[in-house]
Design a protein around this ligand. Structure first.
Ligand SMILES: Nc1nc2c(ncn2[C@@H]2O[C@H](COP(=O)(O)OP(=O)(O)OP(=O)(O)O)[C@@H](O)[C@H]2O)c(=O)[nH]1
Length: 640
């Protein structure tokens, strides 16, 4: 909410609280509101990959609080925000007229607009106070055509106010994630259940320019590094400096973290949202946030550093275009994270293996070494050598000195004299701004690698993942590989915002119908039925192996592999395979690479296919169909 609109908001909020002190105890909304459902905070369940079998996905016992940014709102007769009067005065009213008064009075509404995606996005949420007990509410949409049962606590997203005849979204009993709502106008008709062929498709490049041309480039950035390197503190402080977190919230975090004796983590709390993460002082799941630089809209993915949460880190890295590696400059700490089996090396290798080529390195906590240039140079030098070996080009790596705790050199030039004597380069925000946005291959055939599947109470179910190439429209037909079953796209979302089309590079949620949920797995690929992923009996891969207890030797044979992005691209490999005689083994326990790091060079033959050469096609998917999906194989073998 910008400053101009903040004032009427707060004025109305204050007067509304005076009018309804009892109800607004649970219905007050602010620009970063967290929502409660009849007293208990609405939360999103998280997932992780099971240790006992990395092919399984498990739900965690910790959850993320559901929150949204609120731009406009009404309380009773009071209106906040001066735009969209028509929505508030003429459209919302008829929708709500059948609500019981008690419910109506305990209800708050929000309306969001996202300039970047050129969408008018409307969301509203029902907040019931503790003393209103209404299990299901009938909502009659404008024009009286649609009657919908609403479960307590819902929100919905639509492309524009003309599409407000909607079904509210309800919480998924299984995962806590909700099935997003499909606007009536976006429902897939029976007639449209055919794959769009090339001729019917609007020229994708033109469509892409039209939809995204005027907005800032979208970049997904994962923040990686050894545990306690200061990743969350750094990004929390950056978000605060950029105004993404307001003073009041920061003050609250300061007070509450002090009570727990963890005041030094107050900025980390911006991204570490769960009680368990805050109590333990570590990130466990990927924290997400958004911010803007001069030329980019950045989705920030704050990965956990602790080795127990590597699967979560991989899932964050699998979504990223670029990475920010954070290292702790404190004497002894950098060495722990880098030299003695820490996560600095592992994370850097993983992101490179997953296709990330551009890296910024934040040499953090420089306050602990009195902003020493020698320490900065020593660490940069060590990392330069290592990163080059890991496959990063020198020109694609930038080193920036900073302190997440004190805020030096994050969003503006430093003020510390010691640092100013030797550093005149860009601040962290400028470094992030200078990342190149990877080319989005929008005109290639559609491919999406599935990294999450969830079901709500509505029809269909959702899969989410990264669109690797091409574009997908609501109403399109997709093929799920490797099963090759067909399905229909009912709706599309990015960050819970309804879309009519998604493009290469987007992290999208797709609501599918016409296919059973159990027939889609994490690691499957959604593709264009008219141009599906090719089937092959052989593939080549570059393999990075971590934490193997048994040394790798030539002829080494293992069964079962799992990864997020790589499996999404190659299909799941569950067949015995062996490292061929020609393989170049550089290490017996940790990293297995060939001489040319940037190109996959190790052939792995499927055992069965070797025995019945040419007799039948393997279930493996061709990896090298498109360069975007080729060099990013990161396979994890069970260590026993
Ligand atoms: N002196 C100093 N301490 C810092 C700085 N940045 C972070 N810290 C401290 O380092 C500790 C760990 O910070 P976090 O931000 O939680 O580290 P992290 O890398 O996100 O940790 P994980 O996500 O759990 O791996 C906290 O006590 C921070 O206050 C810094 O720039 N200077």
């Amino acid at each position: 909410m910008n400053g101009k609109k903040k004032l009427p908001w707060h004025r109305t909020d204050r007067s509304a609280r005076e009018v309804w002190p009892e109800n607004l105890a649970s219905a007050r909304l602010h620009d970063e509101a967290k929502f409660s459902n009849n007293g208990s905070v609405n939360k999103d369940n998280r997932h992780y990959y099971a240790q006992e079998n990395p092919l399984w996905i498990r739900e965690t016992h910790f959850q993320r609080i559901v929150s949204v940014n609120v731009w406009y709102g009404i309380f009773g007769d009071n209106l906040t925000g001066e735009i969209y009067l028509n929505f508030w005065q003429n459209i919302l009213g008829p929708i709500l007229e059948n609500l019981p008064l008690a419910v109506y009075r305990a209800t708050a509404y929000i309306l969001c607009r996202f300039e970047r995606l050129k969408l008018l996005n409307v969301q509203f949420m029902l907040i019931l106070s503790d003393d209103v007990e209404v299990p299901s509410i009938k909502v009659v949409a404008s024009g009286g055509k649609t009657t919908t049962n609403v479960t307590k606590g819902f929100d919905l997203s639509q492309r524009d106010t003309a599409r407000l005849n909607t079904t509210p979204r309800s919480q998924s009993p299984a995962s806590g994630r909700g099935t997003p709502i499909i606007a009536q106008s976006e429902q897939v008709s029976e007639d449209s259940k055919v794959g769009k062929n090339k001729e019917n498709r609007i020229d994708v490049e033109t469509q892409y320019k039209k939809e995204r041309g005027d907005s800032k480039e979208h970049l997904y950035m994962v923040v990686i590094g050894h545990v306690d390197a200061g990743k969350s503190t750094l990004m929390g402080h950056l978000l605060f400096d950029l105004g993404q977190v307001n003073q009041r919230t920061m003050h609250k975090y300061e007070q509450e973290s002090r009570k727990l004796g963890k005041q030094s983590f107050m900025y980390a709390w911006v991204l570490d949202e769960t009680g368990e993460e805050r109590n333990r002082g570590i990130t466990m799941d990927v924290g997400r946030s958004q911010f803007e630089t001069k030329t980019k809209h950045v989705t920030l993915l704050d990965a956990p550093g602790h080795k127990d949460f590597i699967p979560n880190m991989i899932s964050g890295a699998g979504q990223a275009d670029v990475a920010l590696l954070v290292v702790d400059a404190t004497r002894g700490e950098f060495e722990t994270g880098f030299d003695f089996g820490g996560q600095t090396r592992e994370h850097a290798l993983l992101v490179r293996s997953l296709g990330v080529t551009q890296l910024a390195v934040a040499i953090n906590k420089l306050d602990t070494v009195s902003w020493s240039k020698e320490r900065f140079d020593e660490i940069s030098q060590k990392l330069k050598t290592f990163l080059k070996q890991a496959g990063f080009r020198e020109g694609d790596v930038t080193f920036v000195p900073c302190s997440g705790l004190t805020g030096q050199n994050l969003t503006s030039k430093p003020t510390e004299n010691e640092l100013l004597t030797w550093y005149s380069g860009p601040c962290l925000l400028e470094v992030i701004d200078s990342f190149r946005t990877p080319d989005r291959s929008v005109s290639k055939p559609f491919r999406l690698s599935v990294n999450d599947i969830f079901k709500g109470t509505g029809s269909g179910f959702c899969v989410s993942g990264r669109v690797e190439t091409g574009s997908l429209n609501v109403g399109d037909r997709v093929m799920v590989c490797p099963s090759r079953e067909l399905s229909n796209v009912k709706s599309l979302f990015i960050e819970d915002l309804s879309q009519t089309v998604v493009f290469a590079g987007d992290q999208a949620t797709v609501t599918l119908s016409g296919i059973e949920m159990q027939n889609v797995s994490i690691g499957n690929v959604l593709c264009d039925p008219q141009n599906p992923v090719q089937v092959s009996s052989k593939f080549q891969a570059r393999i990075v192996v971590f934490n193997l207890t048994v040394p790798i030797t030539k002829g080494f044979s293992r069964q079962g592999m799992r990864t997020t992005r790589a499996v999404g691209k190659v299909g799941r490999l569950q067949e015995p395979c062996e490292f061929p005689e020609s393989a170049n083994i550089l290490s017996s326990t940790s990293v297995y690479i060939n001489e040319e790091f940037s190109k996959p060079t190790i052939s792995i033959c499927n055992q069965e296919d070797k025995e019945n050469a040419g007799a039948k096609q393997s279930r493996l998917q061709e990896l090298y169909e498109f360069p975007e999906s080729a060099p990013t194989s990161c396979l994890q073998l069970p260590s026993t």
